[in-house]
Design a protein around this ligand. Structure first.
Ligand SMILES: [Zn+2]
Length: 406
């Protein structure tokens, strides 16, 4: 690396370490920020010589990145931004902190994908899904798809691993020369009823979809999730047992296997590594407290709330919603979520915006009880299971109360 990059990298590591020592989080944002101030090309310098996979999409990035890093570890040391700092500051910090590794897997905020492809020249880019998110600042889904499409068209050497079940993702990736399609299902359809190519209606039947006005339609997937197995492009079905719940995580696992295969990792070697992943930044963690088994599910936009309802068992359920900066300030997305799957379960609500939830549940005919604290929720629940579904900072608050479980 050039001298400036070496200095920037070293200062970045020190700043991150100081931030950690001062108890101000993991330091990856500040470390990367300082490094990039000293050398604006630092990320590109740190990426050089590494085989890199990028993982982007609205939901499932952090988990898929963790799975992919675990799968690539079959080959050797892997750098990764495992704390979920998914902008260039976080990537810079992750690579500076890891030292020289032959491989890197980076979770990328969908808005930054074009820039990070430019800086890191990845071998593989995985595109998971696109749906509405953080209404006060995220781009419209169709705009996001257009940005991705333009970014990929400018880098024809990149191998794309993309979700065949999401029409917006398919349209983004369809023009690229090298693409592997996976099928992981799509629970949320409300951002892809209109064809991004021609504006006609998209029809769906079973797992299939097609545009009624142009040739855009679901490609034949190379990797497919089938109950508890993942089928590879040769038709072999690998049994996949995960510690993380739900079909959505099997889909994330299938994506990781498809990415790893592009690096030469055999699915049979990678599958046992996926089984070792217990929780991801506290998500899906199970904690025992006063005779209750508490499970934490993060849900931050309508698509991920639907997935959380599928994952949560039929048990007392605590919902917590905040609207602080990292969550997005606009909670009107609550009206995009159908809360009726919760009918019949004892429902508790809390968080800064519990009353927004209260109105929404009232409209959906779901009875609930308001609690002021997590402790009160525990006391209001009989011994047994308590499912917790919370958005970003609400999740962090509860995690802090549970002594930063992981
Ligand atoms: Zn069309």
């Amino acid at each position: 690396m050039p001298l400036r990059a070496k200095v920037a990298s070293s200062v970045s590591r020190t700043a991150a370490a100081l931030s950690r020592a001062a108890g101000r989080g993991d330091g990856s944002v500040i470390g990367g920020w300082i490094g990039l101030k000293i050398d604006p090309d630092l990320l590109a310098h740190l990426a050089e010589g590494r085989a890199i996979a990028l993982v982007s999409g609205t939901n499932g990035k952090t988990t898929t990145t963790r799975f992919t890093a675990a799968a690539l570890a079959v080959l050797g040391p892997v750098a990764t931004n495992s704390f979920g700092a998914n902008m260039p500051t976080g990537h810079t910090s992750a690579l500076a902190g890891a030292g020289a590794t032959p491989y890197a897997v980076l979770e990328v905020d969908e808005h930054y994908l074009a820039r990070v492809i430019e800086d890191t020249t990845p071998r593989v880019v995985a595109l998971l899904n696109l749906s509405r998110d953080q209404l006060d600042r995220a781009k419209e889904v169709a705009m996001m798809a257009q940005l991705w499409r333009t970014a990929l068209a400018a880098h024809p050497a990149v191998h794309v691993i993309a979700n065949a079940d999401d029409p917006m993702v398919v349209w983004s990736a369809a023009g690229t020369a090298h693409v592997t399609w996976f099928s992981a299902g799509q629970r949320w359809h409300d951002d892809s009823w209109v064809c991004p190519e021609c504006g006609s209606t998209i029809e769906r039947a079973g797992g299939d979809w097609w545009c009624t006005g142009c040739p855009l339609r679901r490609p034949r997937p190379d990797w497919v999730v089938e109950s508890d197995r993942v089928q590879d492009p040769d038709g072999y079905r690998h049994p996949v047992t995960l510690q993380l719940p739900g079909r959505v995580n099997l889909g994330n696992a299938a994506t990781a296997l498809a990415v790893a295969a592009e690096f030469g990792v055999r699915a049979a070697d990678a599958v046992p590594r996926l089984a070792g992943v217990q929780s991801v930044a506290g998500r899906y963690a199970q904690v025992h407290r006063d005779g209750r088994t508490v499970r934490l599910l993060l849900a931050k936009n309508p698509a991920s709330w639907l997935e959380a309802f599928d994952m949560a068992e039929d048990a007392p359920t605590l919902l917590s919603v905040n609207a602080r900066d990292p969550d997005g300030l606009d909670t009107s997305w609550l009206y995009d979520v159908d809360f009726s799957p919760l009918r019949g379960r004892p429902v508790l609500i809390t968080g800064d915006r519990a009353y927004d939830l209260a109105v929404r549940l009232e409209v959906n005919d779901v009875p609930f009880r308001h609690v002021s604290t997590f402790d009160e929720a525990i006391r209001a629940t009989p011994p047994g299971r308590l499912e917790v579904i919370a958005n970003y900072t609400a999740f962090q608050d509860i995690r802090a109360e549970l002594d930063r479980v992981n």
